[in-house]
Design a protein. Structure first.
Length: 213
């Protein structure tokens, strides 16, 4: 079940970014949950091997034990198998079709990148909508054009659904994004400390939780 209120801090665990640093998603997830994270996205853009599915399954179990909501990126079939939420992009399965796989009431996020997409997405059966990139980002090979902080107040008026801002947001800029109208901030790059240990990830998550209060 989706957490009743969308947390202001929404960390995205990017498996490729961690693999490049020689770290495993399970340890990273454990540290985030220990810090108090209650919403976590598992983002895997490559081939979803049996081993990667087992990793996602472990992370799903950790989230369940911590009372946190797990969201799987892109894959409605895997989200249904794991009984977790799903986040879709513009080129993925349409939200209405995804819900036929997940079942009614399943947590479902939907990414948008401009005003037209956001206005159209308001009518989709999504639990929340994401908008971005707000700032320059290096987490995608071919990022969409920057939305810009100054556009957030207008974009906020286009939907009554919870709005998640994403893209290049740091602990220093988090409050300005929230004040502009975002309900939550999704983070990929800035949740990964220079030296990845359980303690350092837990500390970085605590900094983010503090920055988004």
């Amino acid at each position: 079940m989706m957490v009743s209120v969308l947390p202001r801090f929404y960390p995205i665990l990017d498996t490729l970014a961690l693999t490049r640093r020689g770290r495993q998603p399970v340890l990273f997830s454990e540290a985030l949950l220990e810090a108090g994270v209650r919403l976590l996205q598992f983002r895997h853009k490559g081939h979803f091997s049996r081993q990667m599915f087992e990793t996602a399954q472990t992370v799903a179990g950790l989230c369940a034990q911590a009372g946190a909501q797990l969201i799987i990126n892109d894959r409605a079939d895997l989200a249904a198998l794991l009984h977790v939420g799903l986040h879709l992009g513009q080129d993925d399965l349409p939200p209405a079709l995804a819900l036929r796989i997940l079942g009614p009431g399943a947590p479902l996020g939907f990414s948008t990148h401009n005003a037209a997409q956001l206005a159209a997405a308001h009518h989709e059966p999504a639990s929340y909508l994401a908008i971005g990139p707000v700032f320059s980002t290096f987490s995608k090979d071919n990022p969409d054009p920057q939305v810009g902080l100054e556009q957030i107040p207008h974009l906020r008026t286009l939907t009554t659904k919870p709005l998640v801002a994403i893209g290049g947001i740091t602990r220093e800029t988090a409050q300005s994004v929230l004040r502009a109208g975002a309900d939550s901030i999704a983070v990929i790059g800035d949740i990964i400390p220079d030296e990845i240990t359980r303690a350092s990830v837990r500390a970085r998550a605590a900094e983010w939780l503090d920055a988004t209060r």
